[in-house]
Design a binder for this molecule. Structure first.
Ligand code: PLP
Length: 400
């Protein structure tokens, strides 16, 4: 007899565009760091919606706040002010370099807004005709057309020509390459402080500071894409806050809504002020419902330093455990990470490990053929980390 999973997958495949290579898994509910499928099987979730469910699934306080907001006001146009949007912007400003916030609905939209803001700023405030944005190879900035052009990787661009002009890619973590690329057309540099989809690539200490210096000398903007690294993922509210470096514009999204779709860009007044009425807008951006979720997330992350300390500590311990295991397991060639954003390079296809983990009730994710990525909810419990480690090591030992 056909089970519920097969039925739902057949129904889905009939009506959904085939953009995703999905696992044969139909998820129905979640609580904390676990999700349950339509067969009633529960999985430990080390993917968390790709770094989205910062507080885990169905966090009681977040749900309560969203429920209360849903009963009060779901949506109003940005022709008017709404309370959760103002409150969320206030917290973001209070805990960042920025003076002003613009809300949108996703990471790619945040990157689009950042690009538009940089171009507009260059047009109004920089001498000459500056429009070009320098980005990094192996970056990921999203799937909309400008974000794709910024991403600049052939595998994502194939079939979508003509590509938006005005972008140039240089090697990530290479100061000289960046310095050489700056020219009279350059308006900005756009980087992830740690490349997420690129495989949790952490630049050498001092790289961001050197980039900041290059930008300052050339009189161009530094845009940091913290869509993945932001909202506590690396153990700091924003990854760049672990350094002295301050961007001119920052994009963020993913964890910000704790599972509801929201993105944002943040900037200092001097930059933000070039966005005047009519220059940029979003129908849903900063709507009261998603902002109430954002408030629940940010209140939890910022109310006491203990929350982010705990993320750093759990991440550090996990990193150490993985490194110790690496010394006994030749299938692992590298382990790296910050906070709860950790990658393992393998000598075998990561998909094999992911499939084996799935059958053992663990959701894992990969960023490339041989790189596994661990991005659990920030609220993951130590005992759940131990459980993940036990399953992962068991799988890898069996493949030795
Ligand atoms: C650094 C970065 N920027 C932008 C994006 C795009 O975000 P979204 O999928 O919400 O459009 C992602 C998504 O993975 C990302 O990691």
């Amino acid at each position: 007899m056909e089970n519920r999973t097969d039925k739902w997958i057949a129904a889905g495949d009939q009506v959904l565009m085939p953009t995703y290579a999905r696992f044969p898994l139909v998820l129905e509910r979640g609580v904390g760091a676990t999700v349950t499928d339509v067969e009633g099987k529960t999985y430990l979730d080390f993917v968390s919606g790709v770094a989205v469910n910062a507080l885990g699934h169905c966090d009681a306080k977040l749900v309560k706040q969203v429920q209360a907001q849903a009963e009060t006001l779901l949506h109003v146009s940005n022709l008017y002010y709404n309370l959760p949007q103002i409150e969320l912007a206030k917290i973001l400003v209070q805990h960042s370099f920025a003076d002003k916030v613009f809300f949108c609905n996703s990471g790619a939209e945040a990157v689009e807004a950042a690009i538009k803001l940089a171009r507009r700023y260059a047009k109004e405030k920089m001498p000459g005709e500056r429009f070009e944005i320098i980005t990094a190879k192996s970056a990921f900035h999203g799937r909309t057309l400008a974000a794709l052009a910024a991403t600049g990787q052939a595998k994502y661009l194939a079939g979508f020509a003509p590509i938006l002009p005005g972008f140039q890619q240089v090697l990530f973590d290479d100061v000289d390459a960046l310095a050489k690329a700056v020219n009279e057309n350059t308006a900005a540099v756009l980087l992830e402080p740690i490349q997420g989809e690129g495989g949790v690539q952490i630049p050498k200490p001092g790289y961001l500071a050197a980039v900041r210096e290059i930008c300052d000398e050339a009189g161009i903007l530094l845009i940091l894409d913290e869509v993945q690294t932001g909202i506590g993922r690396t153990g700091h509210l924003f990854a760049h806050q672990a350094t002295e470096v301050v961007p001119d514009i920052m994009s963020t999204a993913k964890g910000l809504g704790g599972g509801l779709p929201i993105g944002a860009i943040l900037a200092k007044d001097v930059v933000a002020s070039v966005f005047q009425p009519g220059t940029h807008a979003s129908t849903f951006g900063g709507n009261p419902l998603v902002c109430s979720a954002g408030l629940a997330v940010l209140n939890r992350l910022t109310q006491s330093p203990a929350f982010l300390e705990d993320v750093r500590e759990k991440g550090q311990n996990l990193l150490q455990t993985l490194k110790t295991f690496q010394s006994q397991c030749p299938l692992i060639t590298a382990v790296r990470g910050r906070g709860l954003m950790i990658a393992l390079d393998l000598t075998i296809p990561a998909a094999e490990v992911i499939d084996a983990a799935l059958s053992k009730g663990l959701l894992l994710n990969r960023t490339s053929e041989k790189t596994l990525r661990l991005i659990p909810p920030l609220t993951i419990q130590q005992q759940e980390i131990d459980q993940m480690v036990h399953i992962l090591f068991e799988i890898l030992k069996a493949k030795l």
